[in-house]
Every structure is written in structure tokens, then in C-alpha cells.
Write a protein that binds this ligand. Structure first.
Ligand code: UT7
Length: 335
């Protein structure tokens, strides 16, 4: 599946909760080590929401920054990519829209877990291409730490909380920031490899206490993630008519530095083309790509005119990729 669109990236923002949890804090309460976490994942610290802070709260912070970056006060739609909405019902996007002063805007959630931001960008580009909206705020936000078993060393070191956001506006094909084509896929046969079993319509109450927590078969997810992100990236390169050698920056979902290095190797991209911020964020799920984009602009690794490839993989399984020539967007510091 591939689409052309004339949606153009016009603004970007990110926000992380203030509480920093470094590896040393985890080693005090889990059977793990700073060395294991750093070498196996590339993570040194992550941010964690305090009690009472939610996905909507983080989204409002990131979304406000993206609107200021775009110089816009009003958008026609707010699309929130999240797997951790404030409540199971209703969707969280209308609350984000209201709190950002966008009370009349169309607003809905997209749940493609760690691929959510790429899916939400495609959704927003579709709204623009269909003439439904001219300006769309796309937010990727997750409070994944709220799904973790505090005693599980297989997940607690990996995930962190945060929010990132982008504004897409109607534009012309070929101008800087024009995003697409998109390549999106899923394979629900692997749902059980990365799952929170309880809390939905199938198992309302946990049959066993651990059913309310995220369960991850790390090695299997790792293998699928590398293969699928590379495949999807190749499809987008074909669609754009770019060779691998023409890609300036690869911004992949920040799940594990070893996943990013393996994808780069499979594609034949040099390691220094990777934009990486996982060291300070951990895996922030739907927030990870926009947060990496913000950091890339701030540290100068993303420059106007760069050919940029984005790729993600997440629970479901879901995966996808897209690309754009980097526009000149002003970006505030993440916090
Ligand atoms: O966001 C999208 C979804 N998520 C992902 O993409 C995550 C994909 N998976 C991964 O990133 C990796 O599989 C992990 C980081 C989760 C795990 O790394 P791994 O290299 O696949 O480790 P492993 O599960 O194969 O475990 C290797 C060893 C095992 O010990 P033995 O059997 O070799 O003695 C584990 O018991 O490491 C042990 N181990 C740990 N040791 C210290 C597992 N977790 C830890 C830990 N600290 N936290």
C-alpha cells in the first residue's frame, strides 16, 4: 500500500516528564546491571510520569510546542497516536484538542503502538489529500511505564514515557517538508509476542495479576522489527526514487540501538546516518520518532534539505515507513 500526498511538515515539538530514572536506580531494585542495559539496548536513562500525569498532559505540552513551531493557532484536526490513552473510553485526542484551544477540530486516536506516529502521519496526510483538513496536529504520546510490571527486568529497563508532535499543512508536491509516500503494514498473528492480556473486551479483569502488565518476547520482536523496518524502508526508497546512498538521515523507532544498527546494516546505510536519542529516552513508543526528530534538529544532525527516512515497528505487529526532504522548522528544547 503506498500513497502520494501533498502534506508538508510545518512544525515540531516534544516533551518529556521531569522525573529521570537512570540505570543505577533500576539496578537497586531489579536483577540487572547498568552494563547489561547499556550494551544490550543503548539506554542510560528514561523519563517516567509521576502519579497523576497522563498521556493527555504530555500531549498538550508537545502539541503546544508543535503549534508554536508552525506559527499556527488553529488546526482542523488533531490525530493522537497512543496505546496508553487516559481512559479506555473515550479517545484522548478530543481532550488534547480542547486543552490546546482546538475545541471544534476533528480529533481521534490512532493505536498502532510503536508504529503509531508513522500511522498517524499517514492518516493526517490522507485527511489533507482528501480535502478534509488543511492543517493537522499529529501527536505521538505514550505513558508505557504505566503498563509495566515493576518487577520485570525484561521490560522495565526498556520503556520510558514522553510525547512528540508535528504539524502537517497542505502544500505542494516537491517542496521541502512534503511527506510521503507511506508504506504501512500489519501482521496480527504475532499479537501475543507483545501484549497486555487484560483490560480490554476479551479479558476485562486479569485472570492472573501479571495479565494487566505488558508481556514481551524480546528476541522474537527484535528479529521481526529489523526485517520489517528494513523492508518498509526499501519500499519507501523505491517510491521516492532515492538510492540508499542518497539518504542523509535515518530516523527509526528508538526501541534498541542494536535494532537501529542492524537495520542500517541491512539497508547499507552508514551508522553515522542514524539519528539516535534512545540513550536519554528509552523506548517511548509512539513518541519516539518525533522526539528523535526534535533532538536531531536541536543537535544539528537534521538540516534543511536533508533526505530523511522514517521507519517504525511495534506491537500488533504493525510497521511502516515514510520519507521527506527536511524543511526549515524552528524547534524549542524538549523541556
Ligand atoms: O518497541 C517495539 C517493541 N519492542 C522492541 O523492539 C524490543 C525488541 N527486543 C529487544 O530490544 C531485546 O530483545 C531486549 C533488549 C528486550 C533483550 O535483549 P536480548 O539481547 O534479546 O536478550 P535476551 O532476552 O536474549 O536475554 C539474554 C540474557 C538472558 O540470560 P541467559 O539466558 O543468556 O543467561 C536473559 O535472562 O540476558 C538476560 N537478561 C537480562 N540480564 C540482565 C534479560 N533481561 C536482562 C536484564 N538485565 N534486564
Amino acid at each position: 500500500m503506498a500513497t502520494r500526498s501533498t502534506a508538508v511538515l510545518a512544525g515540531l515539538g516534544g516533551w518529556l516528564p521531569p522525573r529521570v530514572v537512570d540505570n543505577a536506580e533500576l539496578t537497586a531494585r531489579l536483577d540487572t546491571s547498568d552494563e547489561w542495559i547499556r550494551t544490550r539496548t543503548g539506554i542510560r536513562e528514561r523519563r517516567v510520569v509521576d502519579a497523576g500525569m497522563s498521556t493527555v498532559d504530555m500531549s498538550v505540552e508537545a502539541g503546544g510546542r508543535a503549534l508554536r513551531s508552525a506559527g499556527l493557532e488553529r488546526v482542523d484536526a488533531v490525530v493522537l497516536a497512543t496505546a496508553t490513552p487516559d481512559q479506555p473510553c473515550p479517545a484522548s485526542a478530543p481532550q488534547v484538542a480542547s486543552r490546546l484551544g482546538q475545541r471544534d477540530a476533528a480529533a481521534f486516536d490512532v493505536n498502532a503502538v510503536c508504529s503509531g506516529f508513522v500511522y498517524a502521519l499517514a492518516t493526517a496526510a490522507g485527511l489533507i489529500a482528501a480535502g478534509v483538513a488543511r492543517d493537522v496536529l499529529v501527536v505521538g504520546a505514550d505513558a508505557f511505564t504505566t503498563l509495566l510490571d515493576p518487577g520485570d527486568r525484561g521490560t522495565v529497563p526498556i520503556f520510558g514515557d514522553g510525547a512528540g508532535a508535528a504539524v502537517l499543512r497542505e502544500g505542494r508536491d516537491g517542496e521541502a517538508g512534503a511527506i510521503g509516500p507511506f508504506d504501512l503494514h500489519s501482521d496480527g498473528e504475532h499479537a501475543e509476542l507483545l501484549v497486555v492480556p487484560a483490560g480490554g473486551s476479551r479479558q476485562k479483569e486479569p485472570e492472573q495479576p501479571s495479565d494487566r502488565y505488558l508481556r514481551m518476547e524480546g528476541q522474537a520482536v527484535f528479529r521481526h522489527a529489523t526485517t520489517r523496518m528494513a523492508e518498509s524502508s526499501r519500499a519507501v526508497l523505491d517510491g521516492l526514487g532515492w538510492t540508499v546512498g542518497e539518504v542523509d538521515r535515518f530516523v527509526g523507532h528508538q526501541a534498541n540501538i542494536r535494532i537501529l544498527n542492524t537495520v542500517a546494516k541491512q539497508l547499507g546505510l552508514p551508522a553515522d546516518s542514524l539519528v539516535v536519542n534512545i540513550e536519554r529516552t528509552g523506548n517511548t513508543s509512539a513518541a519516539s520518532i518525533p522526539l528523535a526528530l526534535v533532538d536531531g534538529v536541536r543537535d544539528g544532525s537534521l538540516r534543511p534539505g536533508d533526505r530523511v527516512l522514517l521507519a517504525a515497528f511495534g506491537a500488533g505487529f504493525t510497521w511502516g515507513a515514510t520519507g521527506l526532504r527536511w524543511p526549515d522548522v524552528p524547534v524549542e528544547a524538549v523541556r
